[in-house]
Design a protein around this ligand. Structure first.
Ligand code: ZN
Length: 273
């Protein structure tokens, strides 16, 4: 499977240094320090004032890289997923990382236990409640995504009110492992029982806080029973039908799961692809 978008981070996170406030202050005050500005999850090409709270992303070679949320934008903002194909892979990964860490920061201003205000430590990778002392760590939400196959067809579904077909996916629940989540999601949504499940790849997905874990699975039978609440329709598609649908968003692991399956699936009855 090719390198997935947003996985190619080359920054040195400098975890041993970022816990040192004096080291961080020195990095922030360097004239060559880069501070990437965002506004509400979108990239914003604006200068950041030195007093703006920034999270430390890491070192790009010797250059410190930070990210900061701008409360009021002073010009246009850009959506990362919309421009990702124009970006160098390492830069796309840096911006995704920044976006995810800033999202977490915006949403962890108060302690979930006592309601006290929190303050950043470790360059913004930990926040501490100023009232009860509780430490808050960045929250990553794992989700499985799976391409289910039956013989030389694959299962795609149309989610409620969606126009296009997609693979099945869902968040991992408390108390289950990844493979159990795959079996559960596929059965809940499409009523399909799986004979086998194979891990393929994972992808950083800070939109806003995900980690996608991609699987291929073989169905035990072609029987489908759509749940009717999440899905409007699910059915088996031949490679030719999948190709005819064209490509959607090429930065997603879904795109790679489907592309990989198409490359491996022989044409039906020897007909040309
Ligand atoms: Zn607290």
């Amino acid at each position: 499977m090719p390198d997935l978008a947003y996985n190619a981070l080359t920054l040195d996170r400098a975890t041993a240094h970022r816990a040192d406030p004096a080291w961080l202050a020195t990095q922030r005050s360097r004239p060559d320090a880069r501070v990437i500005a965002f506004h509400d999850g979108e990239i914003h090409d604006a200068p950041v004032t030195p007093d703006t709270e920034a999270v430390f992303l890491g070192l790009d070679g010797d250059t410190p890289v930070f990210a900061a949320d701008i409360p009021e934008p002073h010009g246009p903002t850009r959506d990362l997923r919309a421009i990702f194909s124009t970006l160098d892979p390492a830069e796309a990964a840096t911006l995704a990382y920044a976006r995810g860490l800033l999202h977490w920061t915006r949403n962890q201003q108060f302690c979930g236990t006592c309601g006290g205000a929190t303050q950043p430590t470790d360059g913004g990778h930990v926040r501490q409640c100023q009232k009860c002392g509780k430490l808050l760590f960045p929250r990553i939400e794992p989700a499985i995504i799976v391409l289910v196959t039956w013989q030389d067809t694959c299962l795609l579904a149309r989610h409620r009110n969606a126009r296009s077909y997609s693979t099945l996916a869902g968040f991992v629940e408390i108390g289950e492992n990844l493979e159990t989540a795959v079996h559960r999601e596929v059965h809940e949504e499409a009523g399909v029982r799986l004979a086998s499940v194979h891990y393929q790849a994972s992808q950083a997905w800070p939109f806003p806080s995900g980690l996608m874990i991609g699987y291929r699975a073989e169905a035990a039978s072609p029987d489908i029973q759509v749940d009717g609440s999440e899905l409007d329709e699910a059915r088996w598609f031949t490679p030719a039908e999948v190709r005819a649908m064209g490509e959607h968003r090429t930065d997603s692991i879904e795109h790679h799961l489907i592309t990989d399956w198409l490359a491996r699936t022989p044409p039906r009855n020897g007909t040309p692809r």
